[in-house]
Each structure stands twice: as structure tokens, then as C-alpha cells.
Write a protein that binds this ligand. Structure first.
Ligand code: E4P
Length: 218
């Protein structure tokens, strides 16, 4: 499974990269706004900087338009920023049409805001490179996000569908483990959830003992 970080914060992206586990980045308008980036040039430069930090990994840049025509125009200019930009498109009727256009024109897409297997199937049908089920938001509303990952993974395996399942809206380290178990190809995570994977109380206790005993023979 690949590890993406779900942020537009450059320090966090650098930290994940330095950890050696970073395969890519996802952003969305909310995450960009959180960083206080304003205006066309600042936004485009920010995406370029993210791509340069990640080096070889994909970086999702989301359209902020809703009509087919506007999404196509905006997606073309986002894709032109860097070869690793993947255009993030919402699961709507116009979004599906736009993803088909992008596929036919050699631009890779990540279909965002997926909350059902049918939505994932349709995004895959029009050639989305990634489909992004939002598992945390599903859990928040009393449903089981991981069940959706399992269902999509089963359908994609049975149907030999090549789109990658990008588990999004991750809330914890346990989510990451469960997504791997359920068959996600990629997990896009907050930095804390990735760092959380390093932690176990028995590791801390064991390390403390090793360090104490090491003093005995140094
Ligand atoms: C996916 O690409 C989205 O940016 C993201 O995972 C949304 O997560 P949230 O539910 O924490 O906002």
C-alpha cells in the first residue's frame, strides 16, 4: 500500500518525506485555505513546491469549478503545473464527463467525495486513476467506512478494474492498518496517523531497558 499525506502544509509534507515513507500528497480546497494561500499564482506555485518536495509521487490538485466546461479548463491548467499533478474531480454528473475527457486526453484524475461502491465503479469506468472513498466521514455519520473499502476492493478484483482505491478521510493509525487489510492501494493520511504507526508502549519500555543495560557494558 502507498502512503500519501493529506495536507497542503509544506513542513508536514517535508517531515513525511524525510521519514522516507511518502508516496504522494492529496490536497483539497479546505486544506489549501488552511495554509492561507490566496490567489491564482500563489496557489499554482504552492502546488509546484509540493511536487518538488515529493519528487516522484503523485500530487492531487482539486478543481474548484462545477461545470464540465470549467472543470476541463481548470484541470488542463492544473495538469500543466507539473507532470505529477493528478486532477482531483468531484463525483458529480459533470465530474464524470470531465474525468472521461481527461482520460481521453492523457490527464490523470482522482475522483473525490466517494461514499458508495456505485460512485467508485462509475469513476473507474471513465478511467479515474484513483477513486477516493472518504472513510472517516462515513464513520462520522454512523456507517462503516472500512466496509466500503472492502466492497470496492472486492468489486475491483472481481471485475479486474485497474483504478487505484485511495482511502481518504483517515482519522487514526488504526484506520491505516484496517485500510491495508481491506485492500486499499493507497491511504492518504494526516501526518499524526502515520507517525502513530511507529508507536507501541512495549517498544518504549523495551527501549528504556536496552538503554539502561547498554550503560553496563560501555
Ligand atoms: C481526500 O483526498 C481529502 O482531502 C480528505 O481525505 C478529506 O478528509 P476529511 O474528512 O478529514 O476532511
Amino acid at each position: 500500500m502507498k502512503y500519501f499525506i493529506d495536507t497542503a502544509n509544506l513542513d508536514q509534507i517535508k517531515e513525511a518525506h524525510d521519514l522516507g515513507v511518502l508516496d504522494g500528497v492529496t490536497t483539497n480546497p479546505t486544506l489549501m485555505a488552511k495554509e492561507g494561500i490566496k490567489g491564482h499564482d500563489a496557489v499554482y506555485n504552492h502546488y509546484k513546491t509540493i511536487c518538488e518536495i515529493v519528487k516522484n509521487g503523485d500530487v492531487s490538485a482539486e478543481v474548484t469549478t462545477v461545470s464540465f466546461k470549467d472543470m476541463v479548463e481548470q484541470g488542463k491548467s492544473l495538469a500543466a503545473i507539473h507532470k505529477n499533478i493528478v486532477v482531483k474531480v468531484p463525483m458529480t454528473v459533470d465530474g464524470v464527463k470531465a474525468m472521461k475527457w481527461f482520460t481521453d486526453n492523457g490527464i490523470r484524475t482522482n475522483c473525490t467525495l466517494i461514499f458508495s461502491a456505485g460512485q467508485a465503479m462509475l469513476a473507474a469506468k471513465v478511467g479515474a486513476a484513483y477513486v477516493s472513498p472518504f472513510i472517516g466521514r462515513i464513520d462520522d455519520s454512523g456507517w462503516d467506512g472500512l466496509e466500503l473499502i472492502q466492497q470496492i476492493a472486492t468489486i475491483f478484483a472481481v471485475q479486474n478494474i485497474k483504478s487505484q482505491i485511495l482511502a481518504a478521510s483517515i482519522r487514526s493509525s488504526l484506520h491505516i492498518i484496517k485500510c491495508a487489510e481491506a485492500g486499499a492501494n493507497v491511504c492518504t493520511c494526516p501526518l499524526d496517523s502515520i507517525i502513530g504507526l511507529t508507536k507501541h508502549p512495549l517498544t518504549d519500555i523495551g527501549l528504556q531497558k536496552f538503554m539502561e543495560d547498554a550503560k553496563k557494558f560501555q
